[in-house]
Design a protein around this ligand. Sequence first.
Ligand SMILES: [Zn+2]
Length: 132
Amino acid sequence: MPIRKIAEKSKVAEEIKEIVRRRIKVESQEELARLVLKRLKKEDKRYVLSPIRAKRIALTIPEIEVKAKTKKALRLPKIEKCPVCEDQIKPVKVRNLLNRDITVGYRCTSCGYESDLEAFMPMRYIFILKKT
Ligand SMILES: [Zn+2]
């Protein structure tokens, strides 16, 4: 069994930026992860990347807008405290197709805990290059 290799966050972010810059738009997190992995594997075939991790990293890139492909407002269970360290937890928001901010997950700034909407319902995302 080959040992899996997890790419550093900064490395994945660089690849995501390059891909979205070139394509302007990527239609799903699965597609994004596939495209990033294709580039990473040229360097080392052991690299792995999950679609959820690709999306989480894309959310931290200022040049990229992540949009939820839904019109509905989503009812995500409200979390007040981090379930791991009990510190304050922040909602992760993206815009939906109606340009309304919706919460798609939570992130703890103390311990790094993250939760995604995928745990509650399947969600499709789109990744777009921000106009500057
Ligand atoms: Zn925490």
